[in-house]
Design a protein around this ligand. Sequence first.
Ligand SMILES: Nc1nc2c(ncn2[C@@H]2O[C@H](COP(=O)(O)OP(=O)(O)OP(=O)(O)O)[C@@H](O)[C@H]2O)c(=O)[nH]1
Ligand SMILES: [Mg+2]
Length: 451
Amino acid sequence: MLNIDNNDTITAIATPPGVGAIAVIRISGPLSFNIIDIIFQPKIKNIKSRRIYLGYIYSKNTLLDKVLINIFKSPNSYTGEDIIEISCHGSIYIQNKILDLIINNGARLATRGEFTFRAFKNGKLDLYQVESLLELFDSENELDHNLALNNLRGEVSRIIKTLRKKILNLNTIIEFWIDFSEEDIKKKNILDFKKLLVNIRNHIKDLITSFKLGLVFKKGIAIAIIGKPNVGKSTLFNVLLKYDRSIVSNKSGTTINYIEENIYIDGIKYRLIDNAGIKKNTLNKLELKGIKKTLENIKKSEIIMYLTNKINPKYRHIQRYYKDLFKKEIIFIINKCDLLKTKLKRQDSPILISAKYGIGIKDLLNKLKSISERFRKNNNKTIIPNRRHYEELKKALFKLNQIKDNIKIGIEPEILSLILKEANYSLEKIIGTITNEEILFHIFDRFCIGK
Ligand SMILES: Nc1nc2c(ncn2[C@@H]2O[C@H](COP(=O)(O)OP(=O)(O)OP(=O)(O)O)[C@@H](O)[C@H]2O)c(=O)[nH]1
Ligand SMILES: [Mg+2]
């Protein structure tokens, strides 16, 4: 449970449980320096911030360990309080002995996320940054790691704060209408109001659409491998995965249900989906179900790998079809090039490969990398990866849309002002200037003890 108003000195082991070369024990709060004065030798006169001291931890007269301690004086620390970080030897015995010693001298064990909660309470991080920290811990590839890191630096928080300010400006204009009713002034004000409203709504819309890209970064760029039965989709799937995951056979219709696996290429995560072959004019119920799933996978993928075995002069049409209709990147691939009678020059598109004999796979990966660059470039943009923030932004936009509609039909300014407050409330909930215990508990409970 979160200790919202509590000011105790807290402590915890910050490194993962178990034996390691070293372990780090943290202390934060008003008693931090007193405790170190009792348990650390030699005594430190005039403790200096951001300094490392080498010495010994004693429990009364018993030597426990030789350690390094790191000192951060309030307010220039992670929590904003006085912090000591003890780097001790990593045996479980020593870690627990030192932790007990700290507790016996006045600290208590921290709860989950309590160090970060104090950073939030003391204005070191806002709630958006706290949640970005969680995203950073959860990140498992370059794209979502960069995204979380950028957000932790506070860029989105700044944008949300600017939007809030603009909403307050809207409210000032409305209050002006309430106080003064001269028509000429009001007309000009309405124009200003509308302009600002469009600006805010567009900005929020951009943030809302960015969520989809954020999800792609987190879950991985989805690639659907599709084509007619027996063209070698599962063989290519296994080659890219580097192990035999999908069943391959010369019997047409081997893959009935799709298979999905993650792969990492150059730090980017992809979700590779091997699909059932698309067969024209089938009445077989099982095959129809498989094709339906293939179509669903096409829709939810960012990239399509379209496999054939022969040179299809219509490939440019097919490419355009997928690009225009589904808004997908398509990589056109001719597989089984080892069987091709006519010798084709290797060219950019279609890409010639033999999945079975490992020919052309490098070309295919290069093509994939060049498409992925587009995603990497977007990595610097402002992206909202968190569903809670996304939902609050949608609520804010809904309220601003209501204002746009209500202004047309001449609703009283007092009511507009109330709706604006609700839009503002949603933005405040994102950065945590307004929040409730339940939300805080839910967020900080996702941290481990020691963070
Ligand atoms: N010669 C040759 N044979 C290949 C190549 N790639 C796949 N094959 C063979 O083609 C047959 C079909 O391969 P699969 O990977 O099962 O084809 P698929 O597209 O997944 O087929 P379905 O699941 O039935 O839609 C198997 O016998 C493979 O060994 C290749 O590059 N060259
Ligand atoms: Mg297959």
